[in-house]
Design a protein around this ligand. Structure first.
Ligand code: DLL
Length: 435
């Protein structure tokens, strides 16, 4: 296999991509209007008919869909085809409210796996590779998505699922895994566990990792690359749009190419809904151009990012999205200041700490408090209280410079913060518990 999984699409000219999108959106809006009563009503309310959508530019006329709509329509309200045509269900790991349930026809599974195959080939993947899939299998889309993509590429696929780190390491070493797929926090944990067992990064055969499903910083990327001796690639997606592979990184590692022949991306102002030009930061909105069973139009992801159409040296022409800079609902407002967990992670790694931390926000006597528990490595640990206090003060000062408010830092002993095998829980906001 060459550098691309589907070169004719991945390197298509802008005109060709727009032609594909023009053709697909007209068909897709018709399909949705005819088959999804929930969305038909939204279109009727807005006074838009399928005939009004003649090209991709007309997409602006369509109503948005939000997570609240998905909850309203649970479970079958947004289904675009008969259940008997569906072959699969996946669901979000959502901790609040109703879960989102997404449906797939065989065509939908195929296009999703194709997207994941593109992501694997973009890391240099081929039938020579042994792909260890350590995302969870089950309702979560991570395991099955990368699994399907890996098989499409012809890689030897290890369906490990997440967890059981001992076994992950044993298979990795015995079978010579070359590509690891899991959440970045789990990759960091695997790296840490390998080091504890006395392995050097050069002892494993891994050369690439495909990590996503949660926010991670450039600093964390470098840590993981060092600890596993690999190149770490980002991958993005959400259950509502199919799963991983909506966008993926190439060798340039400067943002993720969105599979624009299947997913049309817009950036909007989250407050007004106004579409923003490329290069401006806002909420990412996706339209699935050819999914059958769960064909969401203008779905608001709540992920905040920037799109860029700068020429990419890899030869791919599809628009790139930046790493999500947090979700609009991930942002903490602490004493009126907007704080993202990613800012905290950046400072921690810059100051020489591992990305094992837990942020606690509370409100005491009407004032917000921000406590950050940060784990020390065995080498950093000291039983001299004054040493620890000095380090805490230094870290508090570095945080204040970055985020504008002073947190209380608690340096905690090695191994005292729970490791994650899937999506890491980084924030506990106790304020919500009191409301
Ligand atoms: O996390 C799908 C996925 C699986 C993506 C494996 C990548 C790899 P959900 O559980 O529905 O689906 O969560 C989707 O996770 O809206 C983002 O907020 C976040 N997310 C996903 N990928 C990234 C990433 C899967 N690369 C939600 N960076 C999305 C930052 C990400 N956040």
């Amino acid at each position: 296999m060459g550098k691309y999984f589907q070169p004719e699409i991945e390197t298509a000219s802008r005109d060709q991509i727009i032609n594909i999108q023009n053709e697909k959106i007209v068909k897709q809006v018709k399909h949705v209007y005819e088959n999804v009563a929930y969305y038909r009503e939204l279109m009727d309310e807005k006074g838009v008919k399928p005939e009004d959508i003649k090209s991709i530019d007309d997409i602006k006329k369509l109503p948005f869909l939000s997570k609240a709509d998905l909850r309203d329509a649970y479970p079958y309200g947004l289904l675009g085809t008969d259940l008997k045509n569906c072959v699969r269900i996946h669901s979000t790991s959502g901790t609040t409210g109703r879960r989102v349930v997404a449906f797939y026809t065989q065509h939908d599974v195929d296009l999703w796996e194709e997207c994941c195959a593109r992501a694997i080939v973009a890391t240099g993947g081929s039938s020579e590779d042994v792909v260890q899939v350590a995302y969870g299998y089950g309702l979560f889309t991570g395991g099955f998505g990368l699994h399907g993509g890996s098989q499409k590429v012809g890689c030897l696929t290890l369906p490990m699922s997440s967890g059981n780190t001992e076994r992950q390491i044993q298979f990795m070493m015995d079978l010579g895994s070359t590509i690891l797929c899991c959440t970045p926090s789990y990759a960091a944990f695997i790296g840490e566990s390998l080091a504890e067992k006395g392995y050097k990064p050069s002892d494993n055969k891994l050369r690439a990792g495909i990590f996503g499903a949660e926010p991670w910083t450039e600093e964390m990327r470098r840590e993981i690359e060092k600890s596993l001796g690999i190149k770490a690639y980002d991958i993005y997606g959400l259950t509502e749009t199919s799963g991983p592979g909506v966008a993926y990184e190439c060798e340039e590692q400067t943002g993720m190419h969105i599979n624009e022949d299947h997913f049309y991306a817009e950036i909007i102002d989250p407050d007004t809904g106004e579409v923003l030009p490329d290069g401006e930061k806002g909420e990412l909105v996706f339209t699935a151009l050819d999914k059958e069973a769960f064909p969401l139009l203008r779905y608001r992801t709540r992920d905040i990012c920037v799109l860029s159409r700068e020429k990419c040296s890899c030869g791919r022409t599809h628009v790139k999205m930046s790493k999500p800079m947090g979700r609009s609902d991930d942002m903490m407002i602490i004493r009126g200041v907007n704080v993202f967990p990613s800012q905290i992670e950046t400072v921690l790694i810059k100051e020489g700490y591992a990305p094992n931390y837990l942020i606690e926000v509370d409100r005491v006597k009407n004032t917000d408090t921000l406590d950050i528990n940060v784990e020390l490595s065995p080498g950093q640990f000291s039983d001299k209280v004054s040493d620890i206090q000095a380090k805490e003060k230094a870290l508090e000062a570095a945080m204040r410079t970055m985020i504008g408010i002073g947190p209380k830092i608690h340096l905690v002993p090695p191994k005292s913060i729970a490791r994650s095998e899937g999506k890491a829980v980084r924030v506990i906001d106790k304020r919500k518990l009191h409301d």
